[in-house]
Design a protein around this ligand. Structure first.
Ligand SMILES: Nc1ncnc2c1ncn2[C@@H]1O[C@H](COP(=O)(O)OP(=O)(O)OP(=O)(O)O)[C@@H](O)[C@H]1O
Ligand SMILES: [Mg+2]
Length: 268
């Protein structure tokens, strides 16, 4: 019987830093196959929420359920193995390693093969490595970086590093990919490529949470949007309703994002 429960449930999530409530009783769900947009002004708690959900920070309160499995308090590695993968606002790749080595390292974080098993070179291990290499090649091709595959990641532009980070996040066949500002600092050509990839992966059933300041992108590509302000959920709904929500525009007024928001809401 198909499961009725949401793929991800975030309930009562809170996190403070020295008295500042960075995330304050946040609740939302993610349904299978959707692209959920998470927006809000600078400092509204988006990245901290993602850090708490993925185990990179410890929430003070709240629970996270993935496919009904409680992830609260689990380590980042365990959460990744359960099917939540992520990229970081400040792109994290290993500059000295080749693109292929980068994606293989990402895989190792999830597949449970330990270094001593790899050293022992068991048959199962060799099979897993062969499959990982094939998957890595496929994903590097998918993000359009095949010609650079054997080069160190340091050779890549910032936008290309974001593409590599996306390939790394996909290595584990995650249930949900969380992208923290995938378009920030990226030129329009790469923005189009990332947008196209997200659409086509989603067409194949991949679920996403996307944190972005590019509100136009969020409005065009997301099925639902959660808006945060000062750690709290300010609004939630389909883009058509969020565009009409006075509270949302008000939250952005006076902020650097206001112009982008205005354009996204009312066209150019
Ligand atoms: N490690 C930390 N130590 C102290 N305060 C922090 C830390 N991380 C985040 N904060 C604070 O928590 C609040 C939320 O920050 P967060 O980075 O989650 O916001 P954000 O919505 O991702 O912002 P941006 O859009 O600028 O990336 C801010 O007030 C920030 O200064
Ligand atoms: Mg952030």
């Amino acid at each position: 019987m198909p499961s009725q429960q949401p793929l991800l449930s975030v309930e009562g999530l809170s996190k403070s830093f020295s008295g500042i409530r960075a995330v304050d009783d946040l609740n939302f769900v993610v349904e299978r196959g959707e692209i959920l947009g998470l927006i809000g002004p600078n400092g509204s708690g988006k990245s901290t929420s993602i850090d708490c959900i993925t185990g990179f920070a410890r929430a003070d309160q709240g629970s996270v359920l993935l496919d009904g499995k409680r992830l609260t308090g689990a380590r980042a590695e365990q959460i990744a193995q359960a099917g939540l993968s992520r990229t970081f606002q400040n792109v994290r790749v290993y500059d000295r390693l080749t693109l292929m080595e980068n994606v293989l390292i990402a895989r190792q974080a999830y597949d449970g093969v330990r270094w001593w098993q790899a050293l022992a070179g068991t048959q199962a291990c060799r099979g897993a490595e062969r499959r990982a290499s094939e998957r890595g090649r496929e994903l590097i091709h998918l993000v359009g970086l095949s010609t650079m595959s054997a080069f160190p990641a340091a050779f890549l532009s910032y936008g290309q590093k974001k593409l590599l980070a996306l390939a790394m996040a996909l290595m584990s066949n995650p249930k949900i990919v969380i992208l923290d500002e995938p378009l920030a600092g990226v030129n329009p050509t790469v923005i189009r490529r990332i947008a196209g990839l997200i659409q086509s992966l989603n067409g194949d059933g991949q679920t996403f949470i996307i944190v972005e300041h590019n509100v136009q992108f969020i409005m065009e590509h997301c099925s639902r949007v959660v808006v945060m302000e000062q750690g709290r959920k300010l609004a939630e709904g389909p883009p058509s309703l969020i565009k009409e929500d006075e509270r949302v525009l008000h939250a952005y007024l006076g902020k650097a994002d206001a112009v982008a928001m205005e354009l996204a809401f009312h066209g150019q």
